[in-house]
Design a protein around this ligand. Structure first.
Ligand SMILES: [Zn+2]
Length: 155
């Protein structure tokens, strides 16, 4: 397990690491099974870094998504590129979640349309204000599912 952010501030992961340690070494869960659930409790960490999980057969990057700040895991500017006001652009999602629009909150007229780059290497279980998506770094999703479904004695 690791973190991808350059100049990462380790204290931001303190709560997650404490919980992971307890799940792994006290309760004997596998990291693959407990990490997604623990990340749901630590969505604030997603503002600081992606979380990486590497195994011999597959690697997964957990990335933070937010319909307001990081739609579909894509970084948006923290200020308007049109008038440079220090306000996040307003994000409007299309009904089919294939595109989203950024609009200036100060009403300078700046707006920008973005396509969501869906591909089979990543998945997102929900589109909301605070959650984690998963991107396969290497390996196959079938291998991930096989490990998730394996009896507890085999992992
Ligand atoms: Zn503007």
């Amino acid at each position: 397990m690791g973190f991808s952010q350059p100049n990462f501030l380790p204290y931001t992961a303190t709560a997650l690491l404490k919980k992971v340690t307890e799940k792994l070494f006290v309760e004997c869960y596998s990291l693959l099974r407990c990490l997604p659930e623990l990340l749901k409790e630590e969505v604030g960490l997603g503002c600081h870094t992606d979380v990486l999980l590497f195994t011999p057969t597959f690697g997964i990057k957990f990335f933070w998504t937010s319909t307001d700040r990081r739609p579909f895991g894509q970084t948006i500017p923290s200020q308007c590129p049109g008038c440079w006001s220090l306000k996040w652009p307003r994000v409007s999602l299309s009904s089919n979640n294939l595109t989203y629009r950024l609009t200036c909150r100060v009403k300078c007229g700046w707006k920008e349309e973005h396509a969501v780059e869906w591909d089979p290497s990543w998945r997102l279980s929900q589109v909301d204000k605070n959650s984690w998506g998963e991107r396969l770094v290497y390996g196959r999703w079938q291998d991930v599912v096989a490990v998730q479904k394996a009896p507890r004695g085999e992992f």
